[in-house]
Design a protein around this ligand. Structure first.
Ligand SMILES: Cc1ncc(C[n+]2csc(CCOP(=O)(O)OP(=O)(O)O)c2C)c(N)n1
Ligand code: SF4
Ligand SMILES: [Mg+2]
Length: 291
């Protein structure tokens, strides 16, 4: 472990000890020390604490992967679902009981690989869900295969001559799919992680928090150092209200911007369902019946 990774582990430990969010913690995480996934977990504890979310009102639905292990580490209802199927299961949970705070957690492989067909529909329908997509640009759990967000040229057991496909950009995908809250954060940026996850949970509608979360065990090129040298905060005068401008900035590779790209208010899926229900409750006017 290099110095930066050691500092990250120590900070995680100190922060975990200091946090008042202990009541949300369950089994201690089993990730490799220094894994990027620790920070979003801690950030979620803190966001829950800040918003006084009771465990009984909270459901975490995860996919399969190292990221998918979240439900074991957090008190509340949890579903460690099928690979790539966290999003549709979460929409079902939210439909069954809209009062619940439902958070989805999954990796890059889970969310934009095998589960990539579900993400657009939850986003365009504006389900009131928060999606933490932990992007380490690799399949961590299965020991380091090339994923849909891996950089071109990456050598792994599944791309021994180097990856020849362009990586997908989860933030850009969410913006294109119509998500109403889209943010990107580097998992080393602890306070920003807590802030953005908290904002995403408060937002009414589909929220993506795209966490750049290095896999220290298997990724040889996407590391804390490489990500740190590539990221920059969105310009301080940037207003997250214009989807086209958000797309331009989320596509930038030099630098890779972090922060809140877009926040749009509007009816959620459930609001629209309620509108239909109201129509059914109104008495049918005779002149409205067309024979
Ligand atoms: C249907 C199915 N296909 C493949 C697998 C094997 N598998 C488990 S986790 C995983 C990839 C996980 O990568 P990612 O979603 O990026 O999560 P990470 O471990 O990197 O956090 C794969 C391919 C599986 N469990 N189920
Ligand atoms: S293999 Fe990678 S993603 Fe999985 S716990 Fe270890 S560092 Fe994290
Ligand atoms: Mg991954």
């Amino acid at each position: 472990m290099n110095l930066l990774q050691k500092r990250h582990v120590l900070q995680s430990f100190e922060r975990a000890k200091a946090t008042k969010a202990r009541k949300h913690r369950d089994t201690l995480p089993t990730w490799c020390p220094g894994c990027g996934h620790f920070t979003p977990l801690q950030a979620l504890y803190e966001a829950m604490e800040q918003q006084h979310i009771d465990s009984k009102d909270f459901v975490l639905v995860s996919g399969i992967g190292c990221s998918g292990r979240f439900p074991f580490f957090i008190k509340g209802f949890g579903l460690h679902a099928l690979h790539g199927r966290a999003v549709p299961i979460a929409t079902g949970v939210k439909l069954a009981n809209p009062e619940l705070e439902v958070v989805i957690v999954g990796g890059d492989g889970d969310g934009v690989g095998i589960g990539g067909g579900h993400f657009p529909h939850a986003a365009r329908s504006n389900f009131d869900l928060t999606y933490l997509l932990l992007d380490n640009a690799i399949y961590g759990l299965t020991k380091g295969q090339t994923s849909p967000t891996s950089p071109m040229g990456m050598v792994s057991a599944t791309s021994p001559y180097g990856n020849i496909s362009k990586p997908l950009n989860a933030s850009t995908m969410a913006l294109t799919y119509g998500a109403t809250f889209v943010a990107r954060v580097f998992s080393q940026d602890r306070d920003e992680c807590t802030r953005l996850i908290g904002e995403a949970m408060k937002h009414k509608g589909f929220s993506l928090v795209h966490v750049l979360s290095p896999c220290i065990e298997f990724h040889k090129t996407v590391t804390y150092e490489s990500v740190q040298s590539e990221v920059a905060k969105l310009p301080s005068d940037y207003e997250p209200t214009d989807r086209v401008q958000a797309l331009v900035l989320s596509e930038s590779q030099d630098p890779i911007y972090t922060g809140l790209f877009l926040k749009e208010e509007g009816p959620t899926y459930h609001d629209r369902v309620n509108e239909i229900v109201k129509k059914f409750e109104e008495p049918v006017r005779e002149e409205a019946i067309v024979v």
